[in-house]
Design a protein around this ligand. Structure first.
Ligand SMILES: N[C@@H](CCC(=O)N[C@@H](CS)C(=O)NCC(=O)O)C(=O)O
Length: 248
């Protein structure tokens, strides 16, 4: 089944999380670039795969899958790796934090990155929404740090699990978009809601250690090359300089 995995991706998009899982599992797969500059995620061909117009999509022998967490869980279930087994006492906490990561943290990041999708074109409205989601994200990060601290073995172990792949990417994007470089991300950098950086990974020791460990993995190194993520993609990220395509 594995030879027929086709990952629709854009560099440094949520598809990166799926790429990390595929690399960690050493599964053969092919990548198909979604050209974000051409808004290819809204093309009729792509919408036939994912009517939501979001990246990633993974084509599998069990059908076309979208939603990052669903794809991750499908990969874990079909390979028996990267997640506690159903009878493992960590399975419940793992599911809780995986769903929370997807439904809360990732979703709040999405609202912060793309306020125009949720509140329309008015800059003042967008700024207000960003402020709301920035405060939510701050709270999310403390909830996550605390949750990981009180659930030993869930993430950060020598053998990575799905959360070890998912969370570093979200930390990367918090850093890049909370600490914007005005030359590269002008829309956020000029937003009065974001005149000061608000994210500092070193304030979250468990998450920092998780990101540092992720940077030492071979799967990360391969993704760094494929998507131009730079030398320290999770602890001190810079905007991607991908060999093909673009992040936005
Ligand atoms: N709920 C989706 C969210 C994925 C997502 O936010 N993808 C972004 C890229 S990181 C995207 O498709 N952005 C383009 C768009 O919304 O038009 C998932 O978990 O897969």
């Amino acid at each position: 089944m594995t030879a027929s995995l086709r990952l629709h991706y854009a560099p440094d998009n949520a598809s990166l999380i799926v790429r990390l899982a595929l690399e960690e599992l050493r599964l053969p797969y092919v990548t198909l670039l979604v050209d974000r500059q051409a808004r290819a995620q809204q093309s009729p061909e792509y919408l036939r795969l994912n009517p939501n117009g979001t990246i990633p999509v993974l084509e599998t022998p069990h059908g076309v899958l979208f939603e990052t967490a669903a794809i991750l869980l499908w990969l874990a279930d079909t390979t028996g790796k990267l997640a506690p087994k159903p009878q493992d006492p960590l399975r419940g906490p793992f599911l809780k934090w995986l769903f929370w990561t997807s439904n809360t943290l990732h979703t709040d990041l999405r609202s912060y990155f793309y306020p125009e999708k949720f509140i329309g074109p008015n800059p003042a409205d967008q700024s207000q929404l960003r402020r709301i989601y920035r405060d939510r994200l701050r709270a999310d990060l403390h909830i996550l740090e605390d949750g990981l601290q009180h659930t030993p073995g869930l993430a950060g172990a020598a053998e990575p699990g799905l959360l070890d792949l998912y969370l570093p990417c979200l930390m990367r994007w918090c850093h890049l978009y909370a600490n914007p470089n005005p030359q590269r991300v002008p829309d956020i950098a000029q937003d009065p809601a974001d005149t000061k950086p608000w994210f500092d990974l070193t304030a979250f020791p468990v998450l920092f250690a998780l990101c540092r460990r992720a940077e030492s993995r071979a799967s990360t190194k391969r993704a760094q090359i494929a998507e131009g993520l730079g030398p320290t993609p999770f602890t001190a990220p810079i905007l991607a300089l991908p060999p093909e395509g673009s992040a936005t």
